[in-house]
Design a protein around this ligand. Sequence first.
Ligand SMILES: Cc1cc2nc3c(=O)[nH]c(=O)nc-3n(C[C@H](O)[C@H](O)[C@H](O)COP(=O)(O)OP(=O)(O)OC[C@H]3O[C@@H](n4cnc5c(N)ncnc54)[C@H](O)[C@@H]3O)c2cc1C
Length: 447
Amino acid sequence: MARRKRTAVVGGGMAGCAAAKELLKNGREVVIYETTAGLGGRARSWHRPEIEPDVGVNLWFTSFYKIMFERIREYGLEDQLTEMSNNVIVVDNGKPAELLSDSMKSLFTFPHVKLGDRIGFLTATLKETLKRKELDLFDPLKLAKYDDGTNAAEYARKSMSQRGFDNLLRPEIESFWLWRCEDISAAHVRAMQAQIAGAKFYVFKGGMEIIAEKNAEGAEIRLENEVTDLQVSDGEVRVTARDADGTLSEEVFDDVVMATPAPVAAKLTAALPRQIVGEDTRDFLATQKYEPALSVSYLVDFSSMPSEAHIVAAGAEDPPVKTIITFPRQVRDANGRPVDKHLAFVYPGRAATRRLLKLSTEEQFAETTRLVTSLWPDFPADAEPFEIAERPWAMPVPEPGRYRKSARVIRLQHAPVVFAGDYFTSPISEAAMLSGIRAADKLLTVG
Ligand SMILES: Cc1cc2nc3c(=O)[nH]c(=O)nc-3n(C[C@H](O)[C@H](O)[C@H](O)COP(=O)(O)OP(=O)(O)OC[C@H]3O[C@@H](n4cnc5c(N)ncnc54)[C@H](O)[C@@H]3O)c2cc1C
C-alpha cells in the first residue's frame, strides 16, 4: 500500500486550519505546528469565567461569508451563532449619529453630510452591489481586475465630497480595519460596498476559534511549538521546532503550508533555493505591511453605553481613540446574582496604538481611560479595566496593486512549499480560510 503523504502546517490560525482540513479530507497526514497554546491565531478569543458568555474579543462574521457558513452547517454549529445589531454610531466633533448598513432610512436621515453626498454614497453602493459576484471581498483572483493602482480615498472622492467621505465611507472602513483609506486599494472598499448592503452580523457564542479547532480535527496538533527553521532537500521538507521547554526537534515531511503572518513566513523561507520560493513570492512576503492593534476592554454598566454598538470617529485625522465596540455580558455580583453589563472594547488610534504597545498593562489601561472620552465623552469614569489583547501584526494592509501581486503569487505557488494567510487579501477570517484551501489544493494537485 502506498505511503500516505505527510504535510506540515506551520501556523494554526484560520488559514492553517482550513488548509489542514482540505489536506485531511484528501487523505494526507497533517501535523500542525502552533507557537501559542491554542488554535485560531488572531481569531482566537480570550476567556474569563467571571463573565457570561465567558468569551472576550469575539470576531464578527457576516451573512456573505461563504466558507464559514458551509463549515457551520457541516459541524452543526448553528446554535453557536448570535446575531448582532449592526449599529454604527459615527461621532463627528462630539456629535453622534446612527448609520445602519441595512437601513436606507438611517442613511437618509444621517445628519453629518449633505444630501448630495448621501445620494452619491447610495448610488456608488448600488453600482457596486450589481457587481457583487465579481467584487468578492475575500478573493484576490477576482479583485485583481479592479486593483487599478488607485487608493480608496481617490475612489470615494469620485462620488462624494471630502466631508461626505470622511463621515460616511472612511469611518465604515477604518473603524473595522484601522488603516487609512489613503493606504489601501480602491478594490477593497469597492468590494466592501458591494457586499455590505443588507448584510447580517454574527458572532460565535464561544469564540471563532471553534471553526479552527473543528477544521483541525484529525490532524496531529503540536501547540506551543514554534517552527524555527525550514530546509528543503532531495524532495523532503525538514521542519525544526522549539517546544515550550525550549527543546528543539526535527521532523521530515513531503511538503509544507506556511500559514504564519507574512514576516514570519518571509524569515523562515529566506534561505530556501529560488526554485523552491521564487522572487515574486519573496518580494510579496517581504513587502507586506501591517497595522498593529490594541484592544482594551472594560466592564461598564449596561445603561451607560449604547448596546451592541460600533462607535466610530469621523474625520481624516488619526484620533486618540478610533472605535468603541460594546457587547452585552452578565457578571455575578457579591451574592452570586447575575448583573447585566457591557464589555466595551476600546481601540486607540494609529499613533496612540503604536505608543501604547510599548507600555505595561497598567499604563495601557490608565492611558486608554484618559483618551476614551475624546470619542465618547460619557464613557463611565468607573469603568472596570478588564482585559487587553495586543496584536503587533494585526491588519495586513492591502496597498494599491497588492491584489494583482497576490493573484500572481497564488498562480506561482507550487509544492513542496506553499503559503497561506489573510495577507493574500485582507484581514478577514473568511479570506484567511480561502487562502488556506487554495494553498492546500496546490499541494494536492501534485498528488
Ligand atoms: C483586532 C482584530 C479584529 C479582527 N476582527 C475580525 C472580525 O471581526 N471578523 C473577521 O472575519 N476577521 C477579523 N479579523 C481578522 C482575522 O482575525 C484574521 O484575518 C485571521 O484570523 C487571520 O488568520 P491567519 O491564519 O491568516 O493568520 P493568524 O491568525 O495570524 O495565524 C497565524 C498563526 O501562526 C502562528 N505562528 C506564527 N509564527 C509561528 C511559528 N514560527 N511557528 C508556529 N506557529 C507560528 C501564530 O501564533 C498564529 O496562530 C480581526 C483581526 C484583528 C487583529
